[in-house]
Write a protein that binds this ligand. Structure first.
Ligand SMILES: Cc1cc2nc3c(=O)[nH]c(=O)nc-3n(C[C@H](O)[C@H](O)[C@H](O)COP(=O)(O)O)c2cc1C
Length: 179
């Protein structure tokens, strides 16, 4: 295959999602949830987690006044709710009333958590690194919760986002025999 013929090359500027699936999480800052797909673990010990936050989101304003946040991994059955949370703003609507999701108070942090999540990280805010239109929110995971009996590799079904309103979930994973 010849590179020049096979590829369309674009200049730098803006995202190209390329339909690469990314796991969706709902981050709560204080009592406001917003949907993210740009998030990642960044250190094992201590466990540090990072989220890329669009600066015109209401959550970015809330982050300035908050010491913490939570990262909630909802199962695929909650796709509609996660999508709604990612299309509405907490200073305009009450997303809990809109989705009927149940907020619960964090055990170690002030921010809310979402009942029904398969996995929840409670995080203390360490730093917010500002870039032109996004900020990198960096947190220390102080407590983790997983739904009893549900976090099995062949059972879990997370929400995967491909860009442009396309979603999927994963098929039963196979364990590779090569260690
Ligand atoms: C699937 C999906 C993924 C998203 N990923 C991000 C993300 O990684 N970072 C971000 O800041 N916003 C992301 N958004 C957009 C925010 O969730 C959206 O702007 C939301 O309305 C912000 O809510 P707020 O204004 O209450 O903070 C995503 C939205 C969707 C639907």
């Amino acid at each position: 295959m010849e590179f020049e013929e096979a590829y369309v090359s674009l200049p730098e500027e803006g995202y190209t999602y390329g339909y690469v699936p990314r796991p969706v999480a709902v981050v709560c800052v204080k009592d406001n949830p917003f949907t993210v797909s740009h998030h990642t673990p960044i250190n094992r010990n201590p466990f540090l987690y990072a989220v890329s936050v669009q600066k015109d989101n209401y959550s970015y304003q809330l982050l300035q006044q908050s010491e913490d946040f939570t990262v909630n991994f909802l199962p695929y059955e909650f796709l509609k709710e996660a999508h709604l949370i990612g299309k509405t703003h907490g200073n305009e609507v009450n997303k809990w009333e809109l989705t009927k999701l149940k907020p619960i108070k964090g055990k170690s942090v002030e921010s809310f958590m979402i009942l029904g999540s398969l996995l929840i990280y409670e995080c203390k805010k360490i730093e917010v690194l500002d870039f032109p239109d996004h900020a990198l929110l960096l947190g220390l995971v102080v407590q983790k919760h997983y739904l009893r009996g549900k976090l099995k590799p062949k059972k879990v079904r997370y929400i995967l986002f491909h860009g442009k309103n396309f979603y999927s979930t994963h098929i039963k994973p196979k364990r590779h025999t090569l260690k």
